[in-house]
Design a protein around this ligand. Structure first.
Ligand code: IPE
Ligand code: IPE
Ligand code: MG
Length: 245
């Protein structure tokens, strides 16, 4: 019964191929409950588990989540440390399950500045799941959109690419996200209307959806609501109609 209901909820909906999420509002979620911010981050990791399952169920092919930005190092050392440990725990506890579900894990972000042991753990998760193709999970960790563009430009210069060969395509190919296609839908929880240095190149024609819901409270129903709103949008890509006349 439940399965039938779920099927009909999705019927006729265009499912975005690539959804990217700015998982914001953990701290405020905790504060509202009189809890330390770190508890909010812990609850946020739980929310990610549910959302991942819903992505698989909905048939979303790529999910990119903003887990830690290059600017988040500015937070108090205790919070940064907790976020680092949370990534370790998430990999330790969830890797096998994700692997069984057919999730391919990828890391997008700078490796420089990340602890060697943590990097090794990330590489292991990436390698173990590299042949899965049900859902690609891009984890934006130590990620900054500007840093990503700087790194792409550095690669172009290092490779000695001639000026006339520098195109949008040649830049895209050198971003961390390559070969993931650009996001169709970017969701920001926690009520803000900014990208906070997330996928700034790739977001050029993404539909943006902001919800007041704090990330730890975000679940299947909220994802479905975002997909429904996405279905109401008309993507024109600078033209006049979403489909040629
Ligand atoms: C998002 O939640 C998680 C990270 C940035 C790592 P916040 O910690 O930014 O939560 P708020 O925005 O302070 O509520
Ligand atoms: C964006 O949230 C980063 C992540 C969700 C990892 P922030 O809380 O860091 O963004 P600002 O500070 O509100 O722009
Ligand atoms: Mg925030």
């Amino acid at each position: 019964m439940a399965e039938q209901r779920e099927q009909s909820e999705l019927e006729g909906l265009i499912i975005p191929n690539h959804v990217a999420i700015i998982m914001d509002g953990n701290g405020r979620w905790a504060k509202k409950r009189g809890l330390p911010r770190n508890m909010g981050h812990r609850a946020g990791a739980e929310a990610l588990k549910e959302v991942l399952e819903s992505c698989v169920e909905f048939g979303i092919k790529e999910l990119t989540v903003y887990a830690f930005s290059t600017e988040n190092w500015r937070r108090p050392p205790d919070e940064v440390h907790h976020l680092m440990l949370l990534l370790d725990y998430f990999i330790d506890r969830e890797l096998n399950r994700l692997h069984k579900q057919g999730v391919r894990i990828r890391h997008i972000g700078r490796e420089e500045g990340v602890d060697e042991r943590r990097l090794k753990k990330i590489h292991e998760a990436v390698e173990k799941t590299c042949h899965n193709h049900r859902l690609v999970l891009n984890v934006a960790f130590n990620y900054g959109g500007r840093a990503e563009i700087v790194d792409a430009v550095r690669k172009i210069v290092e490779e000695g690419i001639p000026v006339e060969d520098i195109t949008e395509e040649s830049i895209s190919r050198r971003l961390y996200t390559y070969p993931t296609p650009d996001p169709d839908l970017i969701i920001r929880t926690g009520g803000e209307f900014r990208l906070s240095n997330f996928l700034i190149w790739q977001a050029s024609y993404a539909e943006i959806y902001s919800t007041e819901v704090f990330w730890p409270n975000f679940g299947r129903t909220d994802l479905l609501a975002a997909v429904r709103v996405f279905n109401e949008r008309e993507r024109r890509y600078g033209g006049l109609h979403s489909s040629p006349a």
